[in-house]
Design a protein around this ligand. Structure first.
Ligand SMILES: Nc1ncnc2c1ncn2[C@@H]1O[C@H](COP(=O)(O)OP(=O)(O)O)[C@@H](O)[C@H]1O
Ligand code: SF4
Ligand SMILES: [Mg+2]
Length: 391
């Protein structure tokens, strides 16, 4: 088997209800130093009306994956291969003109910073109506009526008055609501939200995330919610895919992931969200070590240099996604968390004073605490809720 074949992840979960089927998707950037394998053999499928969370540290390939699926420009030096089947239409290789007609109406994206999607010198009302009139055959008057309705639906108070304001006259949270309104304007069937709340303070974050969840359910949209924070996707997604170095290393129904996570990287991500005993947003240490070089990734498992459980096999052979006993749960690891082999590997590394193991020793959470962590995250979400305060 060639290394490329070894890296391919199969797609055992696709079915006929799927709106989106991604198969062995790769986006590689050709740069002077070599080839950056930003997305490297990603496969998954997504049913209509469900929400998938894509979680991973900065640089793990989440944005490139989202843009590659939507076929938005990823740069002149990018080569995308594999398949993106959207409701029966293959998007990889589709003419730009056909893609353009799908953006906004079939697929839309909410970006991290609303100022990148909003034009700072155009009033928000006009930005919405232009978008509506571009995609839908509606009169100016009808577009205005629809635009005001949209602003109301994303809970912007006094939408008639806000219609005539510029983006800079609104708070960050309000601007993101406007971006969401524009993304929803033409009734897309799939919405990508790429770190939509990273730039916002925590209360506003909850409001925006809850608004997205509400709109997703209300419109029976399919949603892909991209974040570096497992806490953001707890309670708001049906499934979670964890990305590391351009690949999915664990994927599971959300409850299953929090109940019995299997991948050490997922465990490390969870350890980096606030602890039960200290819910005041205290962050634990970031994951020890640095994300891998995507031009020359480590041989074997790409997480091996940072993994507290790594054994000789991990440095030699790359694990592929295998199914767990829990339906829909898959992971790529030789010594999965919770197994006897994992416990032995940890003890062995601890005795040998392996640096990554020592670094992790103080912060690994017991399984019981992990369950509590999800409960805590959810309780916090509920208490913040969408209190109706408009920020
Ligand atoms: N045009 C490009 N040329 C070279 N490398 C790129 C380009 N765009 C993104 N990358 C690299 O691809 C990797 C994944 O990036 P990205 O998807 O933005 O990560 P994330 O969204 O998870 O933070 C990063 O290492 C990034 O530097
Ligand atoms: S135990 Fe091995 S295979 Fe599993 S994540 Fe760690 S290094 Fe990778
Ligand atoms: Mg990103």
């Amino acid at each position: 088997m060639t290394p490329a074949e070894t890296m391919t992840q199969t797609n055992p979960s696709s079915n006929s209800d799927s709106l989106l089927v991604v198969d062995d998707l790769r986006t590689h950037f050709h740069v002077d130093a070599g080839i950056v394998k930003a997305v490297d053999g990603v496969s998954f499928s997504l049913e209509r009306g469900t929400t998938l969370g894509i979680v991973g540290e900065s640089g793990s390939g989440k944005t490139v994956l989202s843009r590659s699926i939507m076929r938005l420009n990823t740069g002149g030096n990018a080569v995308t291969t594999g398949s993106v089947n959207y409701d029966g239409t293959e998007l990889v290789g589709l003419e730009p003109k056909q893609l353009k007609s799908m953006w906004g109406t079939e697929m839309a994206m909410v970006f991290q910073d609303p100022m990148t999607s909003l034009n700072p010198v155009v009033k928000i009302g006009r930005q919405i109506t232009e978008h509506l009139r571009f995609h839908l055959a509606v009169s100016r008057q009808e577009a205005k009526r629809l635009g005001i309705e949209l602003l109301r639906s994303v809970r912007i108070p006094e939408p008639e008055a806000r219609f005539n304001t510029y983006p800079h006259q609104l708070s960050g949270g309000m601007r993101q609501r406007v971006s969401i309104a524009i993304a929803l304007a033409c009734g897309p069937r799939i919405l990508f939200a790429d770190e939509p709340t990273t730039a916002l303070d925590v209360t506003v974050q909850h409001q925006i995330l809850n608004l997205l969840r509400f709109q997703q359910r209300d419109r029976f949209m399919t949603m892909i919610l991209v974040t570096h924070d497992l806490g953001v996707v707890a309670g708001r997604t049906d499934e979670i895919a964890v990305m590391y170095a351009g690949k999915i290393v664990e994927k599971a129904p959300t409850k299953s992931l929090f109940r019995t996570l299997k991948h050490p990287y997922t465990e490390a991500l969870l350890a980096s969200i606030p602890k039960v005993s200290n819910p005041k947003h205290t962050r634990l240490d970031a994951i020890a070590g640095r994300p891998p070089d995507l031009i020359n990734p480590p041989t074997g498992c790409s997480f091996s240099p940072r993994c507290p459980y790594a054994q000789a096999k991990c440095f030699e052979q790359e694990p592929t996604l295998v199914p767990d006993a829990d339906p829909g749960h898959q992971f790529a690891c030789w010594y999965p968390v919770g197994s006897a082999e994992n416990a032995e590997a940890y003890e062995r590394n601890l005795a040998n004073e392996v640096p990554a193991t020592l670094a992790a020793a103080g912060r690994l959470l017991a399984t019981e605490e992990i369950v509590d962590t999800e409960a805590m995250v959810l309780a916090h979400v509920d208490s913040e809720g969408d209190k109706g305060a408009m920020n």
